[in-house]
Design a protein around this ligand. Sequence first.
Ligand SMILES: CC(C)(COP(=O)(O)OP(=O)(O)OC[C@H]1O[C@@H](n2cnc3c(N)ncnc32)[C@H](O)[C@@H]1OP(=O)(O)O)[C@@H](O)C(=O)NCCC(=O)NCCSC(=O)CCC(=O)c1ccccc1C(=O)O
Length: 277
Amino acid sequence: MGFLKFQDIIYEKEGRVAKITINRPEKLNACTPVTVYEISKAFIDAWTDRKIGVVVFTGAGDKAFCVGGDQSIRDLGGYSYSSEELEGTIAALPLEVGWQIVTFLIRHIPKPVIARVNGYAVGGGHVWQVNCDLSIASEKAKFGQAGPRVGSFDPGFGTGELWRNVGMKRAKEIWFLCRLYTAEEALKMGLVNAVVPHEKLDEEVEKWCSELLEKSPTALKMLKYAFLADTEGLAGITELGVGGLSLYYGTEESLEGRNAFMEKRKPDFWKFVEGGD
Ligand SMILES: CC(C)(COP(=O)(O)OP(=O)(O)OC[C@H]1O[C@@H](n2cnc3c(N)ncnc32)[C@H](O)[C@@H]1OP(=O)(O)O)[C@@H](O)C(=O)NCCC(=O)NCCSC(=O)CCC(=O)c1ccccc1C(=O)O
C-alpha cells in the first residue's frame, strides 16, 4: 500500500481482511474533512482490491469507535478546513457532505463491513456503525446520537437505517433525547450483533471475518445488494442490477455482442444460451 499515505487513519490489509482505523484517539476519533477523505480513499481501495473479502471499520485506542464531526473546527460556515494540497478532493467538501459519501461507501461496497465498536459510537460515528452490515461491540461501548444536543442532525442514512434496526419509537427516542446506551442495551435493541468482553473484541471480530470468508463472495455481494434494493430505492436496485451486469460480462453470450461489433457482423447470441441452439 505504498501509494496510500494517511495522517488521520490507519489502513491495513491482512489476508482477505482490510482494516480501517480512525486514528484520532485524543479526540475520541472525531473526524475532520481530511479524516473523512482518507476513510473514503481506504474504502475505495478495499472495494477495488479483488483479494479483499471483508472490511473491518474501527477507532484507535480503547475509548471510542468515533464520536462524529470534530466540534473544535466547527463555526458559522460549518466544519472548516482548508488545504491547497487537498483542493478538488472530498476533503474540500463540507464535512456533512463528505460524511454521506463515507456512509454511501459503507452501504454500497460489495463486501461485508463489520463495525468493531471499541468504545463510544456517538453522533456521526453512531450513524456509521448503524450503517455497517454487522456490528461487534466491546462491553465498554456506548451508543447514541448527539445532533439535537450540539446543533446538528444527520437525516436519511442517519434516520432510515436506525428505525429499521430498532423500530420507529426507539429511533425517535435515540435522536430526540440524545441519551447514551450501554452495549447490553444496544444488543437488546438490535443495534449490534454481539457484545463481548473488551479483551475478546479482536478475537470475536476475527471469528466473524473467518466465517464470512468461508462463504461465497458473489453470494454475499448479491445479498448485500438485495438488502440495498429493499431500502435504497433506485440506487439500491441499480447496485443489484449492476452486480448482475458484472456477472453477465463474464459470459460468452455478453462477449459475443462486443466481438460482433468489432468484427462488423451480426451477433449470434443464441449459440451461447444453454439448450437454445
Ligand atoms: C462522547 C462523549 C459522550 C464522551 O464523554 P466523556 O467520556 O465525558 O469525554 P469528554 O471529556 O467529553 O471527551 C474527551 C475529549 O474528547 C473531546 N471530544 C469529544 N467529542 C468530540 C467531538 N465530537 N469533537 C471534538 N472533540 C471531541 C472532548 O472535547 C475531550 O477533549 P478535552 O481536550 O479533554 O477537552 C462526549 O465527549 C460528547 O458528547 N461528545 C460530543 C459528541 C458530538 O457532539 N458529536 C458530534 C455530533 S454531530 C455529528 O457527528 C455530525 C456529523 C456530521 O458532520 C454530519 C453528518 C451528516 C449530516 C450533518 C452533519 C453535520 O451537520 O454536522
